[in-house]
Design a binder for this molecule. Structure first.
Ligand SMILES: [Fe+2]
Length: 274
């Protein structure tokens, strides 16, 4: 029997607002996250960890992070959080004082950290540029990444960050993409072939691209999705496409294999001979 895979669920862009406040298009971000948490609870195999790739709150309010904490309570596995352009570092830290790794952020002022998920090393980056929707990685944050990766040679690594470091070809989103640090990030990753994946949020869609000698991907949101439009003159638009999340599964033989999972309701599973 092959080993059971190590499973990392990825939720993204929950955009929580203070309790009772509707989200984009009247959608309820709290109910949407509760549905996603239930979906994780109903998986055939419980994930070993959950990573949430930013835009946890829509406006960085204390009440939204308190609500996040409450909604994540049913999850029994470790949950790793990181910031997106809609987040604020201090209110997030205030709501999760026991998230020791978040509080250990380095370099000072950023929320970067690393964690162990079975045989996997999770390295979390902070791309927040306060006051802006675009992202950045300054030299200090990249120095830290280089140092961390230098210490886990040969170990499978997942790098998590909010802003994807690659062009998605959805122009309104690329305008608020990672504006600084991308080239050096690619060079660092290229010299560490044990980086299995760079997992991102921000796009509210599932996208994959080659980056820095590895595979980089984005994750759909639990709430509204971004409209798929490759017209360079397209406007920033959203849709009610169904919420999805990622499951990253790792075995020694396969490396990291990434799936998309949908948030119920949907029919099935059914056998084929019933
Ligand atoms: Fe977002």
């Amino acid at each position: 029997m092959p080993d059971r895979p190590v499973l990392v669920a990825q939720l993204s862009d929950t955009h929580l607002r203070p309790r009772g406040a509707a989200g984009v298009g009247g959608l309820d971000p709290a109910a949407a996250l509760a549905d996603a948490v239930r979906a994780i609870g109903r998986l055939e195999q419980a994930p070993d960890a959950v990573v949430m790739t930013g835009d946890l709150a829509d406006g960085g309010h204390d009440e939204a992070y308190a609500l996040l904490r409450e909604l994540l309570a049913p999850l029994s596995m470790p949950v790793y959080l990181l910031v997106g352009n809609h987040d604020a570092r201090e209110p997030l830290l205030r709501a999760f004082p026991d998230h020791a790794r978040l509080a250990s952020g380095a370099p000072a002022g950023s929320l970067q950290y690393e964690a162990t998920i079975g045989p996997l090393r999770l390295v979390v980056l902070d791309t927040l540029a306060p006051g802006h929707d675009y992202g950045e990685l300054c030299d200090e944050r990249l120095d830290w990444l280089e140092d961390r990766l230098g210490r886990c040679a040969g170990q499978p690594v997942v790098v998590a960050m909010h802003h994807p470091p690659f062009a998605t070809l959805i122009e309104p989103m690329d305008r608020i993409g990672l504006r600084r640090g991308g080239e050096r990030l690619a060079a660092i990753l290229r010299s560490h072939p044990n980086v299995e994946r760079v997992i991102c949020g921000h796009l509210h869609r599932s996208i994959e691209a080659r980056f820095g000698g590895t595979i980089a991907s984005t994750c759909p949101a639990t709430v509204h999705q971004m409209h798929l439009d490759f017209d360079p003159a397209s406007r920033y638009r959203w849709t009610r496409e169904p919420p999805q999340f990622r499951i990253h599964a790792w075995t020694p033989a396969s490396g990291l294999v990434t799936h998309l999972a949908s948030v119920p309701p949907f029919d099935g599973p059914h056998g084929f001979r019933s």
